[in-house]
Design a binder for this molecule. Structure first.
Ligand SMILES: Cc1ncc(COP(=O)(O)O)c(C=O)c1O
Length: 375
């Protein structure tokens, strides 16, 4: 039986048109963008074209885009860079317990250095109340970091409202948008955020490239020291073919982002309906109205999600965040939503993508039904 990939939140394949752009850049744009000769200029032009493509997807200015190696680096640069440039104001950060480790761990590192962190609670659907953010604000708060979409449940946070609240108090806002960009329209001005992280491999670009959006004038200290590339904030010779790949991917997803979101949402609901037909006790995590269109997180009550997937190796999905290792531990995201360990343990995250078809979701549900029959 053929395999069905339903793990697009873990990573995506590199889209065909993106592969072509990257391959051509590998062949022809191999110069150093800092070199003054023809090959250097070609590479520099390709880099700046890619930057403009990324900016365009986010409704940002190209100068506001810094290329990084991916979501983890963008998040580390944002948290550490913002905080260290704001110590004159204070040493207090607001975030949540559902963030990716690439936010959580730099925050915990700052905690060790004497910073204070307020973790704003999420409700049972995994969503933050902007009023709770307002209550957590203090005169010494320097930053709110709140993810736009969660990798495990797909929950979308009310970033525009949170930005408004934070800005009323002069506090900077960062969002980890690694799971949102490419799946739903993301507009930095609509959201009102000051910083936004992107991971290329979540939107059909190669691994090893990402970006950090920084609103013009936004303070940002250095976490790496070298030459002056990327405004001195991400020194090192730029990986032009990878940046070209991210730019091409932004262009690729932008063309039909809303239609594709509709299509994937339809398939996701079909998958959910098929799973319900199995007449097994299922709990759906999150609120479908406030979830990225491709993500379905369900718990098969009384079962172990990892065991289900082990018995159905053709269905490639995930039991928690795929960035972590394979050891079974209750997800920190579900725990923060107040979901019991027993229910959390039965959770499987299905994440659909551009390659997913109706036959994929129907077959996946059938295979899982067969697993239940044999358990
Ligand atoms: C929400 C979120 N942020 C950040 C990351 C890290 O991105 P990268 O793997 O590019 O470092 C991930 C990856 O799973 C993610 O889901």
């Amino acid at each position: 039986m053929s395999e069905i990939y339903l793990d697009y939140n873990a990573t995506t394949p590199v889209a065909g048109p993106v592969q072509e752009e990257v391959t051509s850049a590998l062949r022809e744009k191999w110069g150093n963008p800092s070199s003054g000769h023809r090959l250097g200029k070609m590479a520099k032009d390709a880099l700046e074209y890619a930057r403009a493509q990324v900016a365009s997807l986010l409704n940002a200015h190209p100068k506001e885009i810094l290329f990084t190696s991916g979501g983890t680096e963008s998040n580390n640069l944002a948290v550490t860079g913002i905080c260290q440039s704001m110590t004159a104001k204070g040493r207090h950060i607001i975030t949540t317990r559902i963030e990716h480790p690439s936010i959580m761990n730099p925050c915990l590192h700052l905690l060790e250095q004497g910073w204070e962190i307020s973790f704003v609670k999420v409700n049972s659907r995994g969503i933050v109340d902007p009023m709770e953010v307002e209550r957590a604000l203090r005169p010494d708060t320097v930053m709110v970091s709140l993810m736009l979409a969660n990798n495990e449940t797909g929950a979308i946070q009310p970033l525009a409202a949170v930005s408004q609240v934070a800005h009323r108090h002069g506090v900077l806002v960062h969002t980890d948008a690694a799971q949102a960009v490419g799946k739903i329209p993301v507009d930095v001005n609509g959201l009102g955020v000051d910083y936004l992280s992107i991971a290329g491999h979540k939107l059909y670009a190669p691994k090893g490239i990402g970006a950090l959006y920084r609103r013009t004038g936004g303070p940002l200290g250095r976490i790496m020291f070298g030459a002056g590339q990327e405004q001195g904030l991400r020194p090192g010779t730029e990986p032009v073919p990878l940046a070209v790949g991210l730019g091409a991917a932004c262009n690729f997803v932008a063309r039909d982002i809303e239609a594709e979101a509709e299509r994937q949402m339809g398939l996701r609901e079909r998958l959910y309906a098929e799973l319900l037909r199995l007449r097994y006790s299922i709990i759906r995590h999150g609120d479908p109205e406030h979830t990225i269109p491709n993500t379905l997180s369900v718990s098969f009550v009384g079962r172990n999600g990892a065991e289900i997937l082990n018995r159905a190796p053709e269905v490639m999905a995930s039991t928690g965040a795929a960035c972590h290792d394979r050891t079974i531990k209750v997800s920190h995201v579900l725990a923060a939503m107040g979901i019991s360990p027993e229910v959390a343990l039965g959770t499987v995250r299905f994440s659909l993508g551009r390659g997913t078809t109706q036959s994929d979701v129907e077959t996946a549900a059938r295979i899982i039904g067969r697993v239940f029959d044999s358990m």
